[in-house]
Each structure stands twice: as C-alpha cells, then as structure tokens.
Design a protein around this ligand. Structure first.
Ligand SMILES: Cc1cc2nc3c(=O)[nH]c(=O)nc-3n(C[C@H](O)[C@H](O)[C@H](O)COP(=O)(O)OP(=O)(O)OC[C@H]3O[C@@H](n4cnc5c(N)ncnc54)[C@H](O)[C@@H]3O)c2cc1C
Length: 314
C-alpha cells in the first residue's frame, strides 16, 4: 500500500496526476470536494497502469465520464479519480451494416450528431443526453418515450479488466436492463464500444431528433445544475403489485406536494419532480437530506420504496 502510494506520488511529480483537484466542476450537479488525485486521459497504457494499480492496491479509484449521473461527497474523494477524455470515432464499412466505434469519453449527444451526419438511425435516444458513451453503456441510459436503450445497437465493448488487460466482450455475454448493465457489478473500465447502425433517410432521422429534443425541453429543467432523474422509475410489475396510478416517479413525488421543496440550496424541480436542482452552492448533505424526505413521503403515501438512480460516490 505504502509503495503504491509512493508510486502515485511519483506520477504526481511527473505532472500527470493532479493532487487535490476540486470535483464539483466535473459533475453536472456542481457538487463535491477535492479528489486526492485526479487524472484526465484517454491513453490506454496510462489507463491500464492505473487500473492495475487500483486493483492490486487498496487505492480507491472512480471513473468519471460526463459526471451527469454522479454525486460526490462534500469532503471529496480519497483516492484516484480518472476522467476519460475524448478521442476519435472509427467507421467500418466492411460489415453487413455500418459499424461505428466510439471511445468511452466521446460525448453521447455529439455521438448522436455524428451518426445523423453519417446518415444512420439508432442513436435517437442519445440526442440531448448529457455525458459520455462510457457512462451511457454503464448506466444503459434510456429514452423511455421511444423505448430506446443505449445497448440496443451495441455489438461489443472493449474494456480493461482488473489486471489492466484489454478485453473485447460481445453484447450477448453482457446483461442489460432498464438503467442497468453488467458493468455495474464488475470492476471494469470501459474503453470503447462498437455499434451497428441502419442507413435511413436523413430528414426522417432529423424529425425524430427534433421530437426527442422538444420533449426534453418541455418536460425537463434546462440549463440548471442537476443530475437528471434522482430515482429510477417504477417497473410495470411494481406498478401493478402496488396498485399505483403510474410508473412515473416524478408524478408520484408531485402528488406528495413536493415540487419546489427546498433544503438549503437543493430543490425539487418545479418542472420535473424527479429532478433535483442545485440552486447555487448546494451541498451533498443537502441533496441527501432531500432524497430522504422525498423517499419517505412517497413511501408513506404510495407504500413504495424508491431506488436511487444517481451514483453516490462513497
Ligand atoms: C439534464 C439531464 C438529463 C438526463 N436525461 C437522461 C435520460 O433521458 N435518460 C437517462 O438514462 N439518463 C439521463 N440522465 C442521466 C445521465 O446523463 C446518463 O446516465 C448518462 O448517460 C451518464 O453518462 P456520464 O458519462 O455523465 O456518466 P457519469 O455520471 O460520469 O458516470 C456514471 C457512472 O458510470 C461510470 N462510468 C462512466 N464512464 C465509465 C467508463 N468508461 N468505464 C466504467 N464505468 C464508467 C461511473 O463511474 C459512474 O458510476 C440525464 C442527466 C441530466 C443531467
């Protein structure tokens, strides 16, 4: 452990790992104290060395993509934060359908625009989605309106295992569900993902993109500090078992009269009650207090335990 810490400190001296880097700036909630060590990279060798170090030591390590589904503690993070930076996409026409490889640090929204530019459909649900391809795979980010899930067009993922080795896994060997991927149960670092797309008339794809964006603009708070949905929506089974009027958690929270409820500078959005908004300098503690209050209110009124969607980094 001490040797590994020394090694990290050596890398710090080389200027690659920054000490005491404030994390709030790397998350859309704009909350979080400093990381003990921070590195932004897309270099496979660097990532492999760090990942191996992490797995062979007790140095806690966390990956950030776009930070749009993450909450860091006010005290920050003791260990190493790895932020995946952007890299180039690759296009392969040699397959039956066009295949595009996106690096994990590629912005999901920009990936949707790239796919549109190439004249392919299949990334409509990523249009307007904050964050990166790595985060979207990890969360299997979804667009429930069109029943889209990130894994829909997935062929394979390249990742680093705990030995820092590069492995390619085909989609059938992974599990994906609503807001879930096998990556949530593994200690793997996603490097890139391959997707197959279908050529389609650009005007038609554009029409669907516009619908997604319009729906986002009318139903979600825009231009605010938020991490999107705080709680996972309810499954159809939970809805029928509990005799709930809807599977939309936003609606249930609204029915508890909690829209606009505020703890310190953290508030339940008045636009979408499943979004919490940092009104200024909110803290992680305020966020969690609000989570507790909302969860308890929904449990009392609807007898259902809400599950958190935002990843709270201990
Ligand atoms: C305004 C707003 C709207 C949103 N709308 C939606 C929506 O419509 N649908 C939806 O599903 N979500 C939505 N979200 C939530 C969020 O944007 C998505 O979950 C997004 O895909 C997360 O990507 P990210 O890169 O920001 O992940 P991060 O927040 O950076 O990370 C999320 C998790 O993934 C892990 N991770 C990230 N990259 C990697 C990697 N390369 N390898 C291994 N693990 C990794 C992180 O460690 C963390 O545990 C919204 C959020 C906001 C702020």
């Amino acid at each position: 452990m001490i040797n590994l810490k020394n090694r990290l400190e050596e890398i710090v001296k080389q200027g690659k790992l920054k000490p005491n880097e404030p994390l709030a700036q790397y998350t859309t909630l704009k909350i979080g104290g400093p990381a003990e060590f921070f590195i932004e990279t897309n270099q496979p060798q660097e990532l492999s060395a760090l990942w191996k170090l992490h797995n062979h030591s007790q140095v806690p390590t966390k990956i950030i993509g776009g930070g749009s589904n993450l909450l860091f503690k006010d005290a920050g993070f003791s260990g190493v934060i790895i932020k995946l930076s952007n890299a180039e996409y690759q296009l392969d026409h040699s397959q039956q359908l066009p295949v595009v490889t996106f690096p994990a640090g590629y912005s999901s929204h920009l990936a949707s625009l790239k796919v549109l530019e190439l004249g392919y459909s299949g990334f409509e649900g990523l249009h307007g989605l904050p964050g990166t391809i790595g985060g979207a795979i990890y969360m299997n980010s979804k667009w429930p309106k069109e029943h889209f899930q990130t894994a829909d067009n997935l062929i394979s993922v390249d990742y680093l295992n705990s030995e820092g080795e590069l492995i390619t896994v085909l989609k059938p060997a992974l599990r994906f569900a609503y807001g879930y991927s096998s990556f949530q149960e593994k200690n793997w670092l996603i490097l890139s993902a391959k997707f197959a797309f279908r050529p389609e008339e650009v005007a038609e794809i554009k029409r669907r993109y516009t619908n997604v964006l319009n729906y986002r603009r009318t139903t979600q708070p825009i231009g605010v500090k938020t991490a999107g949905c705080v709680f996972k929506n309810i499954t159809p089974e939970e809805q029928s078992q509990n005799n709930l009027p809807t599977a939309s958690v936003g609606y249930l929270i609204d029915q508890c009269g909690l829209k606009g409820m505020q703890i310190g500078q953290m508030a339940v959005s008045v636009v979408h009650a499943n979004f919490f908004v940092n009104l200024g300098q909110a803290t992680a503690q305020e966020y969690q207090k609000l989570v507790q209050i909302v969860r308890q209110a929904v449990k009392t009124k609807f007898k259902i335990d809400l599950k958190e969607e935002v990843d709270f980094v201990e």
